[in-house]
Design a protein around this ligand. Structure first.
Ligand code: GLN
Length: 496
């Protein structure tokens, strides 16, 4: 099997025994990027020289007999919302064009410390706002299953890179679903850790009470290995949880679900869901039962109010976070002719530098936070958040995990929803509750929809700091599904 088809764990093992070098593995993936990225456009920046230099350094350390981690020498694609001191960081926005951050995000630093080789930076919706990657200022990314469809978003470059075998691993951030939704529609695994379980330091902020870095991979064990490599307490992030990282790798290896209590969220299985998504979901529920899980239907009524609450809270936080792009400190500056006032330059820069979705959110958020409206909108949304937390809490008294489809539909055609924000927002119907409460949740592939032959994702939600449960259940299901399919779902994707 060619190197690009191997999992991160397999590559790690081959590298450890010296059967292949990190330079060979890196070169194979850089060649793949060169081969496919003209069609897919997963990358905004390919770091050929620095990737090969990193790989060489790993090979040298290994030659000296140094003991390295399980992912040392394995390539990774990095979402362009994490700061990187040696590569541009744009957050998909014109306003950060050519910006070179002076420091590494904690996640970036930990990737380097684990010996992962960063191939480059991946495309995203501007400031991670979107569900299709069409909101990037640098062009759309295409779904490797069907180049006329979106790869999901906002981390669509990262999902497409992994699904197209350009990297075995990638990073994402999930504020409302931006890891799980793109994973679902490209047929790969994506995990949103417990909020505060992975560091936000150096992640360009969208909505600070929601933003959560997490891994993408082609299988559950690989996602767990990456999760473990970059997670854990960080004193540089004031909301980072000072607790040990849940035993995610062990859980992915254990992969057993006998006796597990599974709750099916009744609210996420009805109107507006594509028939092929519902069919695969129901089959997966039956499979869980046949594997020895005890499945019960549960009602979480507040989950239906998560979407509107999110679209008040996330824009409110974004309107405040994005105030820092004032033309003085970073990137773009427009109209600075020595005559205009600083305010005029700021206004001109923000008008030219932000795209329509970002402007829409800044306006929504500013309105929701304005005096006189604050209690009616933002305050109300925060109350909804509490109700959702209570629903989760009540559910987890009865069951160990909750499941739902990850998304109501499969990958939609490029252009279909870009002028219809409400339709776009619906893509995150099922993923948002776990963001509003900080719960852990994973998406794994669970089959292809009959209508269009495109991947369907299953979401597994767990309590706060119960990340290991997502991996335990995800890995057990993955094994059962793959034996049914005769291999990974992604092997059914048409050749690029
Ligand atoms: N699609 C959602 C939004 O547009 C979620 C984005 C995200 O998780 N970063 O806000």
């Amino acid at each position: 099997m060619s190197l690009i088809r191997k999992s991160a764990a397999e590559l790690g093992a081959l590298l450890a025994t010296g059967e292949v070098s990190a330079v060979e593995v890196t070169q194979a993936h850089l060649d793949r990027v060169a081969e496919i990225d003209g069609k897919v456009h997963a990358f905004l920046h390919v770091a050929t020289e620095s990737a090969l230099a990193q790989a060489r350094a790993i090979d040298e350390r290994r030659a000296k007999g140094e003991r390295l981690g399980p992912l040392a020498g394995v390539p990774i694609a990095h979402k362009d919302v994490f700061t990187t001191s040696d590569m541009p960081t744009t957050a998909g926005s014109k306003i950060l064009q050519d910006w070179r951050p002076p420091y590494d995000a904690t996640v970036t630093r930990r990737l380097r410390e684990a010996g992962l080789v960063i191939l480059g930076k991946t495309n995203l919706d501007e400031f991670a706002m979107g569900s299709s990657t069409e909101n990037s200022a640098y062009g759309v990314t295409r779904n490797p299953w069907d180049l006329t469809r979106v790869p999901g978003g906002s981390s669509g470059g990262s999902s497409a890179a992994v699904a197209a075998y350009a990297a075995p691993l990638s990073t994402g951030t999930d504020t409302g679903g931006s890891i799980r939704q793109p994973a679902a529609v490209t047929g790969i695994v994506g995990m949103k850790p417990t909020y505060g379980g992975s560091s936000r330091y150096g992640v360009i902020a969208f909505a600070s009470s929601l933003d959560t870095p997490g891994p993408f991979a082609r299988n559950v064990l690989d996602a767990a290995l990456l999760h473990e490599a970059f997670s854990g307490h960080d004193p540089m992030d004031s909301t980072s949880i000072d607790a040990p990282v849940p035993g995610v790798v062990e859980a992915a290896r254990r992969a057993d679900i006998a006796g597990l209590r599974v709750g099916v969220v009744r609210e996420f299985d009805s109107e507006g869901f594509q028939p092929g998504v519902v069919a695969r979901f129901h089959e997966t529920v039956e499979l869980l039962e046949s594997l020895g899980a005890k499945v019960v239907e549960l009602s979480c009524p507040s989950f239906t109010t998560a979407l509107p609450a999110y679209y008040l809270i996330a824009p409110s936080e974004c309107s405040s976070n994005l105030a820092r792009f004032d033309a003085m400190r970073y990137g773009l500056r427009v109209g600075d002719d020595g005559e205009r006032s600083a305010e005029e330059v700021m206004a001109m820069t923000r008008a030219a530098g932000f795209g329509p979705e970002v402007k829409r959110r800044i306006m929504l958020g500013t309105y929701a936070l304005s005096s006189g409206y604050y209690d009616a909108y933002y305050g109300q949304a925060q109350k909804v958040r509490t109700l959702i937390a209570r629903d989760f809490e009540a559910a987890f008294h009865q069951v160990d995990v909750l499941i739902s489809p990850t998304t109501p539909t499969t990958a939609f055609p490029i252009g279909e929803r870009v002028d219809d924000p409400m339709a776009m927002y619906l893509a995150d119907l099922c993923t948002i509750p776990a963001n509003l409460t900080g719960n852990a949740a994973i998406s794994i592939p669970c089959g292809l929809a009959d209508e269009d032959g495109l991947p369907v994702g299953l979401q597994i939600m767990a309590p706060v700091l119960g990340d290991d449960r997502c991996y335990r259940v995800g890995a057990a299901l993955e094994a059962a599904l793959e034996s049914r399919w005769g291999g990974p779902l992604l092997s059914k994707a048409p050749a690029l």
